[in-house]
Design a protein around this ligand. Structure first.
Ligand code: SF4
Length: 200
């Protein structure tokens, strides 16, 4: 269990600051004790979030946060299990886990910070980068259409499925609370500011 970390490895203006604040505010409002929460993250700029939320934390393999979280939830159904990932992690390497978790309706709260690029590795094309957008990996523009995660989750039966902006603190807190309350798999897509690499 980790508590009390107050040095955050993020760029100034990163949307992860506001999302972090919203998660903490939701946990506080729900009176969830740190012993009753597990945050599992994958790899990327989002990966550190598990360490920054007071409670049990795991920084899992890239794209593999969901299977780890499912195991923890099955072992201890009373645990509040939050999964935190970025777009590359959630909708790229971890996409199959996401689809099947929606289908199986496992009781997890899946928060995805979508900055539409692989920011930790300096701005390459991710699965949600807009078509024709210039990135560090495709300087002449992407040539593959993005996936639309909320629509995708809907087609595979996700019971709680919503998109919000990292600029809207109150709405983020509200939907995180709803996601935690929801008995089943909840997908909270957050359109995330990334001033360092997302200039669109
Ligand atoms: S690169 Fe982007 S997502 Fe990563 S910490 Fe900086 S602003 Fe945040």
């Amino acid at each position: 269990m980790r508590t009390g970390i107050n040095h955050f490895q993020r760029c100034p203006g990163c949307g992860n600051f506001a999302i972090h604040f919203a998660i903490n505010a939701a946990i506080k409002e729900l009176n969830i004790l740190s012993k009753d929460i597990l945050v599992v993250s994958g790899i990327g700029c989002s990966g550190k979030m598990a360490q920054y939320i007071p409670g049990y934390s795991v920084e899992a393999l890239h794209g593999r946060a969901i299977p780890f979280a499912i195991g923890a939830k099955l072992a201890n159904p009373k645990l509040n299990v939050l999964v935190y990932a970025g777009d590359g992690d959630a909708y790229g390497i971890g996409l199959a886990h996401f689809i099947h978790a929606c289908r199986r309706d496992i009781d997890l709260t899946y928060i995805v910070a979508d900055n539409e690029n692989y920011a930790l590795t300096t701005g390459q094309t991710s699965p949600t980068t807009p078509l024709h957008q210039k990135t560090h990996s495709e300087p002449e523009g992407t040539h593959v259409a993005p996936i639309y995660p909320v629509q995708l989750a809907e087609t595979v039966g996700c019971g709680y499925n919503i998109s919000v902006s990292s600029k809207d603190l109150a709405k983020m807190k509200e939907v995180i609370i709803e996601g935690i309350h929801h008995k089943g798999f909840s997908h909270i897509h957050i359109d995330q500011l990334c001033p360092s690499y997302r200039d669109w």
